[in-house]
Design a protein around this ligand. Structure first.
Ligand code: NAP
Length: 438
């Protein structure tokens, strides 16, 4: 029997478990650990609450989770409750599918001012991640600045723009829904350090900005390159830039009813954040592309700002004893291999890129590598105790394990508590989750 420990129950974790089942059938036991009592990682706490169809993929993970040879072990932090070395003694392979839950810092003066957040924290707040429940962003000011032009920046801009009724059918948590409904924001600036051709936003998501009740996107036509230049772009990017062009063409008469403007500010990078305790101004350095390279022109301007959300990417959490690539913010690895018996997959392997689906081939690849390592003798295949050994440690340490069956009770309680039309009202505190399992 082969024993695998997967750390992290998000898409990368479950796709890897699914791949292990396909590879070894009955000859495998997989334990999927998570520091939270609830599974699914980014599906629960990263995917926007108004993108429910994307969240539906968790039904596929549930099929894997409910099979005999895969087990969810929630509320256990590896590196704190149990060490990596202990897991390595018990399992043939330990696979980190821990994602990239920490914000990449801007590394500029003033980053510690009030009402300045990274997207992991801000998205975690509106998605009910227990770590960020108490974030309490102040939405009483007029001006928000979002740094970065990726899909996370788009999610944040859209969530900040929506009215209460536009959240119908979403699972945005009550504390965020109430705060957003009382927001006084009028201007949301999405600040990008490069130009329209270099945005990292995908067309479907960008198109949603044009269909908001009280917000209208604005692009200055002068910022757009000549239309013929779009021909060099790959089709998806051309579509995205097409959306920017249509935003630039919205007539002023159609803007009259909008109480929020979502403005695209290209070629600017934040240099310093200023304010008395709380952010008031972003000092922006103008940039340009010179031979494809980003350079500052030397010109500076001030952007009023009452709330700043930085959406510039994420870093994986290091774990004591596991080699880490500081520069890339992920585990040091060679195509998923970290050290003999230690592997990584998903964002923990490749950094925060790609869609949820990208993690499926990733999961299958890492299992192929583990199988090859077992075959070649690089990985020991005998004498491991697996889950029975873990259960002994857990009992000796009084760990409060949450099983998949417990999760189903938590899920049922969340579904029962849902406001009308919503799929669930999430518990936002770990104690509440544990209590709900009965
Ligand atoms: P991303 O796509 O990598 O975008 C990051 C943005 O931040 C880029 O515009 C980047 O500009 C900018 N940036 C990076 N460092 C910066 C700095 N120091 N100063 C100023 N700007 C900086 O990352 P993301 O938006 O966090 O998304 C992560 C992944 O999740 C992506 O693959 C994304 O597509 C995916 N995602 C998908 C969805 C969806 O499909 N609905 C939703 C959310 C996220 P440069 O291009 O100049 O580096």
């Amino acid at each position: 029997m082969r024993h695998l420990a997967i750390i992290g129950s998000g898409p990368a974790g479950y796709y890897t478990a699914e791949a292990a089942q396909k590879q070894w059938g009955d000859d495998i036991r997989v334990d999927i650990f998570d520091r939270l009592p609830v599974p699914y990682g980014l599906i629960r706490s990263g995917v926007a609450p108004d993108h429910q169809s994307i969240k539906g993929v968790s039904r596929r993970y549930e099929q894997t989770a409910l099979s005999e040879n895969v087990r969810f072990v929630g509320n256990v932090t590896i590196g704190k409750d149990v060490t990596v070395a202990e897991l390595q003694d018990l399992y043939h392979a330990v696979i980190f599918a821990t994602g990239a839950p920490n914000d990449r810092p801007l590394e500029i003066p003033g980053e510690d001012l009030g009402n300045v957040f990274g997207s992991a924290a801000f998205v975690g707040w509106y998605n009910g991640h227990p770590q960020f429940t108490d974030l309490a962003p102040d939405l009483s000011g007029k001006n928000a600045v979002i740094v970065g032009m990726g899909n996370v920046a788009l999610d944040v801009a859209r969530i900040l723009s929506k009215t209460r009724s536009e959240f119908e059918g979403s699972d945005i948590v009550a504390h965020a829904l109430d705060a957003l409904a009382a927001s006084r924001l009028e201007q949301i600036t999405i600040l990008g350090r490069r130009g329209p051709h270099q945005i990292a936003m995908t067309p479907k998501e960008l198109g949603e900005l044009a269909r908001l009740e009280r917000a209208t996107p604005r692009v200055d036509p002068a910022d757009l390159p000549p239309e013929d230049d779009d021909a060099v772009l790959e089709p998806g990017q051309r579509k995205s830039v097409g959306h920017l062009r249509s935003f630039a063409a919205i007539p002023e008469s159609e803007r009259a009813d909008a109480s929020i403007e979502v403005n695209f500010a290209f070629y600017g990078v934040p240099k310093a954040l200023k304010g008395e305790g709380k952010i008031q101004v972003v000092q922006v350095a103008e940039t340009e592309l010179s031979g494809g390279k980003l350079v500052e022109t030397g010109a500076l301007y001030d952007l009023p700002c009452d709330l700043l959300v930085s959406c510039i990417g994420y870093r994986t959490s290091p774990i004591p004893g596991v080699p880490f690539d500081e520069r890339m913010g992920r585990f040091a690895n060679d195509e998923g291999r970290i050290l003999p018996g230690l592997y990584c997959v998903g964002w923990a392997r490749r950094g925060p890129t790609g869609t949820i689906g990208t993690n499926r081939p990733d999961g299958f690849e890492i299992i192929e590598k583990i199988a090859a390592d077992m075959e070649s003798g690089r990985l020991d295949t005998g004498g491991k105790e697996g889950r029975a050994g873990f259960d002994r440690i857990a009992a000796a340490r009084n760990l409060e394990i949450v099983t998949f069956r417990d999760w189903k009770k938590i899920e049922e309680a969340e579904e029962k508590a849902a406001r009308e039309g919503a799929p669930r009202e999430k518990f936002v505190k770990i104690e509440e989750m544990i209590k709900a399992r009965g």
